[in-house]
Design a protein around this ligand. Sequence first.
Ligand SMILES: [Mn+2]
Length: 302
Amino acid sequence: MKYDIIGDIHGHSDELEKLLQKLGYQLSEGIYSHSEDRKVIFLGDYIDRGPKIRETLHIVKNMCDSGNAEAIMGNHEFNAVCFDTKDTENGGFYRKHSFVEIHQHYNTLKQFKDFTNEWKIFLNWFRELPLFIEKENFRVVHACWDDKHINWIKQNYIGKLTNDFMALAVDKGTNEYVVIEETLKGKEVTVPTEGHFHDKDGTLRKRSRIKWWKPENGRILNKDVMFCSPGFGNKEFTVENIYIYNSEVPVFFGHYWLVEEPIIEMDQKAICLDYSVAKEGKLVGYRSEYLNELSKNKGFVY
Ligand SMILES: [Mn+2]
């Protein structure tokens, strides 16, 4: 079986359909499938931005239900379930309904306003999405693969986002919180004052997601390892003990809103497929058979 791995869609179903067609998938009775032995793997973050969130979810779920795709959970799907679920112990919901949280989730709520039963079906489906998938010669996760967390999930997670698990996962200081935070949202470091930066939404950031996928020999300047101000970014990187993915098994992930051209650097085993389709970027896919080729960069499709 060959796989086409597709990055964060965020409600851009037109771009998704174009990419699926480019990859050779054809629409028949509402379901995209491939005439050869191929399947899609979706990397999470289907909702919360873009004009066609419902359409995106129908395409992705129909493909999964019919055996033409597999999908993992992104932080936006996790947040959506928390937003929708009442915290019976402490009152309110597992994700607050204050301005910031409503704002992040608003497009989804608006587009499902007249389709509440449909939204419930998708929310129940989100609960069952795996947190990672392992195949014979590669693996996928939404934001960060750390063996420590993956092993914890294998031993402690029952494969479904239950209310009991959610209660622990939103409680800072629990293992559940750290594992979900770093697996679905990534690992962070505090950036020195001179490196503070404005993110894609214009918010001043004092902490940065680390570029855990950068191989050791590619960690020369600060900007190679963290998102930060240009001045600080161009200085030599000296921070120690920042997590590096050092497995030989390739891992695909999304989440990071990259803006440059998709590329696999020498020695790089962790490959990001999120190139900001929801911010005038592009939706990117990768054909798994190119992992065995010398020119691995030919696997990208966009
Ligand atoms: Mn994400």
